[in-house]
Write a protein that binds this ligand. Structure first.
Ligand code: NDP
Length: 327
């Protein structure tokens, strides 16, 4: 069976604001970047409705539309965007060495520089009843799925900014939102907390966790437990939203790149350099703190500039080319 090999200057893994911004800069620097989109082309913002805090859009912008615009902007300067997953990587530890990435468990691409912008994925609680009902009323994205529960009672778990934002979003659509927070306080900002407290149809429960999600095929209710008194209570709901944070998408880089305990890639100082020469990380995959579209875009720009400087410093002069059509 023939296996196609190809050499490119700059491989960008991931197609969120970080990946596409890296692509815009790398393409303008004539690095002919190739973006592999991953499973969710456009990244997390494609599961958002209105983005109000990205500079330059005074009226806000629809998340998927913003990602389409970013893709077109990257393509305008010669970025090649390919639908596909990088399933395995082999990194050279040598300065100026060639890195390899396997696409969809098939063809390999060789690259002088790699920009990792694989983002992060929503976490779930891990309860068997929750896992069973994923897609049957359990969701990790209120703005994607909230609409299906219009006029119904739902619940949300989490005490961070995401949970607060999603709870108020759901409160506009649903008749009642029960919000479960496992501690006696929220991690969310005061502004977010106030917004939740002011919303009449949010029933805020502190020290409360899920004992079991009830229902066979679809969510029918929730058994909650107060973790102080151990008292249990059942409520009827049709939708359950999990908003307890994210996990960085770094599984294929384990053992190859230096990461923190949560699996976020560690970058050097103020740069996007990883511990491997020629491999850079940008966006949520290396940022457990800010995780904003605009900060991701900023680090995407930095990663492209770091890649360009690395190519210049290591005297790599290459053009993108198919290597061989090997048997
Ligand atoms: P966070 O990590 O900030 O919060 C996660 C929340 O989930 C915490 O309240 C945590 O509780 C709770 N939690 C975690 N695991 C469990 C569990 N097993 N059971 C029950 N509860 C659990 O994540 P977010 O997604 O909310 O926010 C991520 C980042 O994005 C933050 O920096 C946030 O500020 C930012 N953000 C900003 C927004 C904005 O400014 N518009 C909007 C959304 C996010 P505990 O505190 O007990 O650990």
């Amino acid at each position: 069976m023939s296996e196609k090999l190809e050499r490119i200057k700059c491989l960008i893994i991931g197609s969120g604001p970080a990946g596409y911004t890296a692509a815009i800069y790398a393409a303008r620097a004539d690095m002919k970047p190739v973006v592999y989109t991953g499973m969710e082309p456009g990244g997390q913002l494609t599961t958002t409705t209105e983005v109000d805090n990205f500079p330059g859009y005074p009226e806000g912008i629809d998340g998927p539309k913003m990602m389409e615009d970013l893709q077109q902007q990257a393509e305008r300067f010669g970025t090649e965007v390919r639908i596909g997953m990088v399933t395995k990587v082999e990194f050279s530890k040598e300065e100026g060495g060639v890195h390899k990435a396997q696409i969809d468990n098939k063809n390999w691409v060789e690259a002088n520089t790699v920009i990792i912008s694989t983002g992060a994925t929503a976490k779930y609680l891990g309860l068997p009843s929750e896992q069973k009902l994923r897609g049957g009323g359990v969701s990790a994205c209120a703005v994607c799925d909230g609409f299906f529960y219009k006029g119904q009672d739902v619940a949300i778990v989490g005490g961070g900014d995401t949970a607060c934002e999603e709870a108020t979003y759901l409160a506009n659509i649903c008749s009642k939102v029960t919000m479960l927070v496992r501690k006696g306080e929220m991690r969310a900002s005061k502004a977010m907390l106030h917004r939740v407290e002011k919303t009449k149809n949010i029933d805020l429960r502190y020290f409360t966790e899920i004992d079991e999600v009830l229902g066979d095929q679809v969510v029918e209710g929730l058994r909650m437990v107060n973790n102080q008194t151990k008292e249990k209570e059942e409520i009827k709901i049709t939708g359950l939203f999990i908003a307890i944070g994210h996990k960085p998408n770094t599984d294929i880089f384990k053992g190859l790149l230096t990461m923190d305990d949560a699996g976020y890639v560690i970058t050097e100082g103020k740069s996007t350099k990883t511990n491997v020469p020629g491999v850079f990380a940008s966006g949520d995959v290396q940022d457990s703190e800010y995780r904003q579209a605009v900060t991701a875009a900023g680090t995407g720009c930095m990663a492209a500039l770091d890649s360009e400087r690395y190519m210049a410093a290591t005297d790599i002069i290459e053009t993108n080319e198919p290597l061989v059509q090997a048997d």
